[in-house]
Design a protein around this ligand. Structure first.
Ligand SMILES: [Fe+2]
Length: 256
């Protein structure tokens, strides 16, 4: 079985579009559909036919392109069961623990609510790929709109449990702003300080900072480290629970 080819590019202003292509079968999936035109242009340039769209959550900047892409390619649209009736866009729905076959690769559905209640992440163990959309970002996490901080923390811990060598694709290029905040939440973390410098250089050169390696996130992303003494201490919350520390980190980032 061949490895999946992954292509990532910007759509809208700061959303990432991601295409996943199986060279053997020709099947091609879009992870979310932020905007039809750039996705269609990329498909045409590569001579790929879109067979599937996997939706992570119901926000407009993740589903806006679905109808046009379906019209153009007659592709199958899969999305979270929890937003099926609200969006009216999915041909089939998924919930926590479901597995979907994509060209012989098993995609595991991990419910990661918090940003929205319907949010799911897609994990392909044999390819070491995680599509975390607006739950986990490089050095950040999504804003908690519909859930609460303990819910988001629980979701992030589910993703943190995956292997270090997992490559994480995210919904947005927010890494530099996240990095500038992260160093305030984990000020003595030398690996984080080094990573901020690297990210500043990458962004100055207009390079993508994603995907990111999960093992790197585990040691540098303060939103995955709310149960680490260093982050609790930086929040002035040495005796607080990880849920409370996480809520404080998220709250400070919202105002940063
Ligand atoms: Fe979102």
């Amino acid at each position: 079985m061949a490895d999946l080819e992954i292509v990532q590019f910007i759509a809208r202003s700061d959303n990432y579009a991601v295409l996943m292509h199986d060279p053997d079968s020709g099947k091609t999936a879009s992870i979310d559909a932020p905007e039809a035109a750039p996705i269609q242009a990329e498909l045409e340039e590569r001579g790929w036919q879109l067979s599937d769209i996997f939706i992570t959550h119901k926000h407009f900047d993740h589903i806006d392109g679905v109808s046009d892409l379906r019209r153009a390619y007659n592709c199958a649209v899969t999305g979270p069961r929890k937003s099926a009736s609200e969006t009216g866009l999915y041909d089939s729905t998924v919930a926590d623990g479901d597995t979907i076959d994509f060209a012989g690769h098993s995609i595991k559905v991990i419910e990661t609510p918090g940003h929205t209640l319907d949010h799911v992440s897609y994990y392909i163990a044999d390819q070491k790929l995680l599509f975390a959309a607006d739950t986990l970002f490089a050095l950040g996490c999504g804003r908690v709109f519909e859930g609460d901080a303990p819910m988001m923390w629980t979701s992030l811990k589910k993703l943190r449990d995956l292997p270090d060598d997992t490559m994480v694709y995210c919904g947005h290029e927010y890494t530099l702003a996240n990095a500038r905040f992260a160093v305030t939440a984990d000020p003595d973390n030398e690996q984080l300080a080094a990573r901020l410098e690297e990210i500043e250089e990458q962004r100055a050169a207009d390079e993508h900072t994603l995907p990111t390696r999960l093992g790197t996130e585990k040691i540098t992303n303060p939103f995955l480290r709310a149960d680490d003494a260093a982050v609790a201490e930086a929040m002035g919350m040495a005796d607080a629970s990880p849920e409370e520390v996480f809520a404080e980190v998220r709250g400070r980032k919202d105002k940063f």
